[in-house]
Design a protein around this ligand. Structure first.
Ligand code: ADP
Ligand code: MG
Length: 231
């Protein structure tokens, strides 16, 4: 669904990506975890064609994002804490976004239901909690009913209840067969959310493993994670 292979990217003297490679599969939540500055956001921006890599490839459904004819129908993304016009209601915010994608209002009501905001759809989004704003951002990402979702730190700063809510939402979206890539700088935020973990540091993958495999290896006292081959 998403394939990233050998991405390199420098910003001046900073090596942001240093051979980043991994795959995101359908029907799973893939947790993308690593400390701040490890290249998670840059990778997502490269996948979406918002940044250009110096080398390597990033494919969505086998093709570069920029060559997709209807990209928003392929990939829904939430990169920054959802940017909102605070005076608009949640529903009007989504209607405005849907219109710009040529979608109808029925889809707006569906996604509001999916993220649990149908009951507050007519309230000003400016009065929403951070967790509600992130859910509205996820609703916006779902407007085109994309098979792939990419969310950058969607639970950063949320309280445990907000994290639990988004956890259930992401598991449900993966259960529908979507490929979900979700980043966090805290492993604890992805525990119980991800089926698969891609752990990164300094612009490359340091471990790529199923969560069940990881737990089995840990309980056998083994280091059982698959680490990528050196280049
Ligand atoms: P993460 O999302 O894992 O915190 P980032 O991808 O944001 O990491 O950043 C990786 C590295 O690239 C960091 O050292 C960051 O400072 C640097 N970086 C990211 N974007 C830019 C940019 N636009 N200009 C200069 N440096 C950048
Ligand atoms: Mg980041």
């Amino acid at each position: 669904m998403i394939e990233v292979a050998g991405l390199h990217k420098r910003f001046g003297a900073t090596k942001a990506l240093d051979g980043m490679s991994f795959t995101v599969r359908p029907g799973q939540v893939t947790g993308f975890v690593g400390p701040n500055g490890s290249g998670k956001s840059t990778t997502m921006r490269v996948i979406l064609g918002l940044d250009a890599a110096d080398r390597g490839k990033a494919l969505v459904g086998g093709r570069p994002y920029a060559t997709l004819r209807t990209p928003l129908l392929h990939v829904g993304a939430l990169l920054d804490a959802a940017a909102l016009q605070p005076s608009r209601s949640a529903r009007n915010h989504l209607l405005w976004m849907a219109r710009s994608q040529g979608l109808d209002a029925r889809r707006v009501d569906e996604v509001l239901e999916t993220v649990g905001l149908a009951g507050v759809a007519r309230r000003r989004a400016g009065g929403f909690s951070l967790g509600m704003r992130q859910r509205l951002g996820i609703a916006a990402a779902l407007l085109g009913d994309p098979p792939i979702l990419m969310l950058d730190e969607p639970v950063n700063g949320l309280d445990p209840e907000g994290i639990m809510w988004i956890r259930g939402l992401l598991r449900g979206l993966a259960a529908e067969g979507r490929a979900v890539l979700v980043s966090s700088h805290l492993m604890s935020e992805l525990e119980g959310t991800a089926h698969h973990l891609v752990v990164v540091g300094r612009g490359k993958v340091i471990a790529d493993t199923g969560v069940a495999e990881l737990i089995a290896a840990a309980s056998n006292g083994r280091v059982g994670v698959r680490t990528p081959e050196p280049e």
